[in-house]
Design a protein around this ligand. Sequence first.
Ligand SMILES: NC(=O)c1ccc[n+]([C@@H]2O[C@H](COP(=O)([O-])OP(=O)(O)OC[C@H]3O[C@@H](n4cnc5c(N)ncnc54)[C@H](O)[C@@H]3O)[C@@H](O)[C@H]2O)c1
Length: 377
Amino acid sequence: MHTDTSPTLLITGGAGFIGSHLATELLQHGYRVRILDNLTPRVHGPERQRPRHLDRRVEVVVGDVRDPHRLREALDGIDSVIHLAAVVGERSSMYQIEKYMSVNTSGTAVLLEALLDHPVKRLVVASSSAVYGEGLYCSYNGAIYPKIRRSPGQVAKGDWEPRSPDGEVIYPLPTPEAKEASPLSIYAVSKHDQEEMCRVIGESYGIPTTILRLFSVYGPHQGYANPYSGMLTEYTFRLLQGLSVHLFEDGYQQRDFVSVYDVARAFRLALESPRAGGETFNIGSGRPHTFWTVADRLMAITGRQDLSPEITGAGRVGDIRHCIADISRAREALGYEPEVSLEAGLLDLVAWIKADIAERRMVPASLKVPASSRLRV
Ligand SMILES: NC(=O)c1ccc[n+]([C@@H]2O[C@H](COP(=O)([O-])OP(=O)(O)OC[C@H]3O[C@@H](n4cnc5c(N)ncnc54)[C@H](O)[C@@H]3O)[C@@H](O)[C@H]2O)c1
């Protein structure tokens, strides 16, 4: 199919937020890139067009990862696969159970069956920190708590911090890959399924398989206009519209926000590292930040310090309190090092959303290109 000898990669879900950045990263490092994506309306809007920011050199196969025929077509001539296609977001997974399990779990099953007939050199899978549920905690005296869950009664009382079985408040620690999975949403269950299925098939059939557990990824091209996007895009969008952000609970929850540029590089390193096969890695920034901190920084960057956050004082079903990444394994085995600071990443995010809002208002409808079933560009 190809005349040059560059490795050709297939990214499932490659038209999405992370996939489009990853495609750019891989093209810049000499790979040929094909994606398989059904351009789902939830992410791409009702017109389901090829995203304009997706590099023109990317070959697009429009199709569903659950369609074995389309998948086989997409795998033709492929050396390695990066599996990103998924329905994303925890809250809606709690009522769209069949949809999440169908796309994420069954979709992965169909992909793995196709790989049995089309062996690849490497399979890299996007998992999520959601598989941990709550992160790792310790008590004041140093006792470790790997499997903590706040009861609905505790959250309803506004008693936000997790407690040991003795009722003592406990403190978050960086969470290593060895912490046992404890999914608290259907999305997390489906990501854990993906991990286990890929691990078992990879080991059984000798496909070097790497799982990347991504923490809270943010950056340009994350869909800020849909309710399933990341919270930083949502906060920024609200502030730019003159609306204050809503902080659930008391706003002191901690997360690890990682730039999509660092995540894209982590995927490439996982693909290239001889030590990555059969391994699972956390991919984060390694730095915890509270929701308050990021809201405060975004208010400063957007010049909207007048819009004080609204503290809801309410918890939400399935929300965790803290989960922060221990990235020492990825550092050591992949040579992964986060390069984008939160400040630089937020400046970039705000600049992109501002420009995107301005551009969307200007693009004439005649410039929109319909998606064909298979585009070669
Ligand atoms: N964004 C994050 O913070 C984050 C965190 C942890 C893990 N992840 C994982 O990273 C991966 C990519 O996430 P993202 O943020 O880019 O999401 P996204 O929604 O922007 O991209 C997902 C892509 O998959 C496509 N897709 C959905 N269903 C499909 C199907 N049935 N067949 C083919 N394509 C389909 C969508 O059209 C979309 O282009 C997902 O597996 C997600 O679970 C993301």
